[in-house]
Design a protein around this ligand. Structure first.
Ligand code: 2M8
Length: 440
C-alpha cells in the first residue's frame, strides 16, 4: 500500500461512517444534520469513489428545497434536535407555507451545488444519464439561482446578499465584525451551546457572537423568512457570489447537455463577473464584502476575497493572484492558506474563521491558482492538504504554519476534498464551455 492508497482508504472510512443512508453528516457529533454547502463539497469527493452516492447526496438536499427555490442551510434530523442549536424547534419551518415537509432552517448557504452536480455527472455520465440526474436537478438548480437573483439581490447590483453570517459559511469571519456590532446580542430564545461538548470553546464563536447570531435568526424567522422585510444584516460576500457565478457556468453546461438554451445562464455569468468587480478593494488588492445597509466596502483581506479566482476571465485576476502569493497570505509559506490576513492585528491562527486554514477554502484557492498559472504553488498546497488531512484524522481546520489540528475530527469535507486532490487536476481548459454532449 502506498500513501495515496492509505489516504483513500482512510478518507472513505470517514465518509462511510458519516453516511446516514441518504446523505453525509459533516461530523456525527458537532454537526448531526445535513448542511447545504457541505453536501456539495462532500459530493465533489464522493464522485470519484461512489458516484451513485454523490448523486444521492445532492438529490436528498434538493428534496428539502423550499417552494420559493431556496436551498436551506440545514436539513434537520428531528431525532437529533437536542444535539445542535438552533434546531428544528427554533425554526418551526412547518409554520411557513413555502417550506418543505422536512424541517429546515430558513437561511441558505453558498450556492456551490450546480457546479457539484455537473462534476458528478461527468464522473459517471452513463449512470447519470440513465437515472436522468441532470434532467431532474436542472429545474431545481434553476429555481435556486432564480431565488438568489429575484429575492436576494438586495443591493440591486446583480449580486446576492446574505442576511446572516451563517449564510456565508464563514460564520465569525472578521468581515462581519462591524455589521454585527449593530446587532443586539439579546435574543428571546435561550442560547444553547451543545457544540461546546464537541469542540473547545476557544475554537468556536464567542457567547456574544452567538447572542447576535440568535437575534438575527429570530428576526428572520419572525418575518416568516420573507426577504422583502427589513434585515439588520445585509452583506454581499465575494466567495458566496463567486460560487454562484461558478455554478451558473455549470448550469449553462447542464442546460446544453439536456438540450436547453444555455444563454440565460451565460448572460448571468457575464453580469455577475462584472458585478463582482464592485467588491474589489484597490488598497488591499483583492475582493471584500460590501455592507449593503451602510453602502460601504469592508476593507479586510480574508480568504473569501481570493475565491473569485475560481472564475476564468476574471478582470482582476492578476492582482488578486499577487495578493494571495504576497505577505498577507502565502509569502511566509504556510502549509495551507490562512483564512484571514496574517498581517492583521487581530489575526488568530487557531480561532475558527479568524485565521486558521480550512480544507474547503484551500481547495478552492488551489483551483484558482491552477486556473491562473500558479501551478507549482497549487501543487505544494495540494500535497500539504492531503498530508495534513490524513496525518491528523481529517480535522475541521488547522494552524496554517504548524498544521496542528483544531475543531472536530473525521470532518466530511476534509476527507472528501483530500480525496478529490488524489484525482485528476482541473485545468483552465476544463472550465470552458465544451461542445454540447448528446441530449439526454
Ligand atoms: C460551520 O457553521 C455552523 C453553522 O452553519 C456552526 O458553526 O454551527 C461552518 O464552518 C459552516 O461553513 C459549515 O457549513 C458548518 C457545518 O460543517 O459548520
Amino acid at each position: 500500500m502506498n500513501g495515496a492508497d492509505d489516504l483513500m482508504r482512510a478518507a472513505r472510512k470517514v465518509l462511510d461512517t458519516n453516511w446516514v443512508g441518504t446523505h453525509t453528516l459533516p461530523a456525527t457529533g458537532l454537526y448531526p444534520h445535513q448542511w447545504s454547502w457541505d453536501s456539495a463539497f462532500i459530493a465533489m469527493g464522493l464522485r470519484h469513489v461512489d458516484p451513485t452516492r454523490a448523486r444521492q447526496e445532492l438529490e436528498s438536499l434538493f428534496a428539502a428545497q423550499w417552494a420559493d427555490g431556496r436551498v436551506p442551510q440545514i436539513v434537520y434530523d428531528v431525532t437529533r434536535d437536542d444535539d445542535y442549536s438552533p434546531g428544528a424547534a427554533f425554526w418551526q419551518s412547518n409554520q411557513i407555507p413555502a417550506a418543505p415537509d422536512v424541517p429546515t432552517t430558513g437561511l441558505v448557504q453558498p450556492p456551490n451545488h450546480a457546479w457539484a452536480v455537473w462534476e458528478i455527472h461527468k464522473a459517471d455520465p452513463e449512470a447519470s444519464t440513465t437515472s436522468k440526474f441532470l434532467r431532474r436537478l436542472y429545474p431545481k438548480l434553476r429555481a435556486w439561482h432564480d431565488y438568489l437573483a429575484e429575492r436576494r439581490d438586495r443591493g440591486g447590483r446583480g449580486l446576492a446578499s446574505i442576511v446572516h453570517p451563517w449564510e456565508s459559511g464563514m460564520d465569525n469571519s472578521p468581515l462581519w465584525d462591524a455589521a454585527l456590532r449593530r446587532v443586539p446580542d439579546t435574543p428571546r430564545h435561550p442560547i444553547l451551546r451543545p457544540d461546546l461538548q464537541h469542540a473547545d470553546s476557544t475554537e468556536r464563536p464567542s457567547a456574544k457572537e452567538y447572542g447576535r447570531y440568535f437575534w438575527l435568526a429570530e428576526q428572520y424567522r419572525d418575518q416568516q423568512c420573507d426577504d422583502a422585510s427589513d434585515s439588520s444584516f445585509l452583506m454581499e460576500d465575494p466567495a458566496f457570489n463567486a460560487l454562484w457565478a461558478r455554478s451558473e457556468m455549470a448550469l449553462a453546461e447542464i442546460a446544453t447537455a439536456i438540450g436547453t438554451d444555455p444563454r440565460p445562464h451565460q448572460d448571468r455569468v457575464a453580469v455577475m463577473t462584472q458585478a463582482v468587480e464592485d467588491l474589489y478593494d484597490e488598497h488591499l488588492g483583492l475582493f471584500v464584502a460590501r455592507d449593503v445597509l451602510e453602502g460601504s466596502l469592508v476593507s479586510k483581506a480574508t480568504i473569501s476575497g481570493v475565491v473569485p479566482l475560481i472564475l476564468p476571465d476574471l478582470p482582476r485576476a492578476a492582482s488578486v493572484l499577487q495578493t494571495v502569493m504576497g505577505p498577507r497570505f502565502l509569502q511566509s509559506e504556510p502549509l495551507m492558506v490562512p483564512s484571514y490576513d496574517v498581517l492583521a492585528k487581530d489575526f488568530e491562527p487557531s480561532q475558527y474563521w479568524r485565521g486558521p486554514a480550512w480544507f474547503n477554502m484551500t481547495w478552492l484557492v488551489i483551483l484558482g491558482l491552477r486556473t491562473y498559472g500558479a501551478g507549482a504553488e497549487a501543487e505544494r498546497l495540494a500535497g500539504n492538504m492531503r498530508h495534513l488531512a490524513h496525518q491528523h484524522g481529517f480535522p475541521e481546520y488547522v494552524d496554517p504554519w504548524t498544521g496542528s489540528p483544531h475543531g472536530t475530527r473525521d470532518f466530511s469535507w476534509t476527507a472528501a476534498l483530500a480525496l478529490d486532490l488524489l484525482s485528476t487536476p482541473y485545468h483552465r481548459a476544463s472550465m470552458r464551455p465544451k461542445s454540447p454532449l448528446p441530449a439526454h
